[in-house]
Ligand binder design. Structure first.
Ligand code: C5P
Length: 230
């Protein structure tokens, strides 16, 4: 089966406190998103990548990959899940419903081909996601009347994972699951959550912890360090 990629890149990245969306911040001499695109587009078994951009994105034309023959453009939505759904719709007529689609945050530039190998080797009936086991002790906190937070209890962490991306599913299944979850008002936090809501049980594939999502200003220096180790 063919594999396609959908890269949501229509966020504003307000937590970065920067003058532009985080996907366009400079990282080792080019846009952050150019690193992500390079990793995805150079992976041999990925056919094409849909890049989901906001309507009034003035930066994209300056991306190294703006005119790349394997890039398809789609328009972003109000929330990430709407952007992903638009990306899936852009594959209509090109991809088949039984093809695999890998959804990957454009804000994770440190992804490695070795993790893609593990992920695609680890696909189950309901697909699979890259994830990393939690390393810290996990606490559930309860907000107090005075604004402080106290520990309610320690959460058993043996079975807890951080959900990363890419997340890989059958194209038709993911589209149906997202449409259904959105119609029901279910809060979709990642693609897997929509698949779970539809009754699927995607696999967790242990990936590298340095596949970080650049979110806060200090993450940029970390991403630069991790990329220099590639
Ligand atoms: O904001 P956050 O880091 O959670 O966003 C994850 C990814 O989803 C980013 O790559 C961002 O560009 C994308 N996104 C999007 N459309 C939105 C919101 C976020 O494509 N409406």
């Amino acid at each position: 089966d063919s594999i396609w990629a959908v890269l949501p890149a229509a966020g504003v990245g307000s937590r970065m406190q920067a003058d532009r969306p985080k996907q366009y911040l400079p990282l080792k001499g080019r846009f952050l998103l150019d690193h992500t695109l390079e990793c995805v587009l150079s992976y041999p078994s990925i056919e094409k990548a849909v890049v989901v951009l906001s309507e009034d994105d003035p930066y994209w034309p300056d991306s190294q990959f703006a005119s790349h023959s394997d890039v398809i453009r789609a328009e972003g939505g109000s929330e990430r899940c709407h952007s992903v759904l638009n990306g899936l719709c852009a594959l209509e007529g090109i991809a088949s419903d039984t093809d695999w689609v890998a959804v990957h945050d454009i804000a994770r530039p440190c992804l490695r081909h070795s993790d893609l190998d593990l992920l695609f080797d680890g696909l189950g009936d309901s697909g699979a996601i890259l994830a990393s086991p939690t390393r810290d002790t996990m606490k559930r906190g309860t907000l107090q009347a005075d604004g402080s937070v106290v520990i309610d209890h320690t959460v058993e962490r043996d079975q807890l994972w951080h959900a990363l991306t890419p997340q890989v599913f059958r194209l038709g299944e993911l589209r149906t699951a997202l449409e259904r979850a959105l119609a029901d008002g279910f809060e979709v936090t990642d693609e897997a959550s929509a698949i779970e809501y539809a009754g699927g049980r995607p696999r967790l594939v242990s990936g590298r912890a340095d596949n970080i999502k650049v979110t806060r200003p200090e993450d940029l220096a970390l991403a630069e360090l991790f990329l220099s180790q590639h």
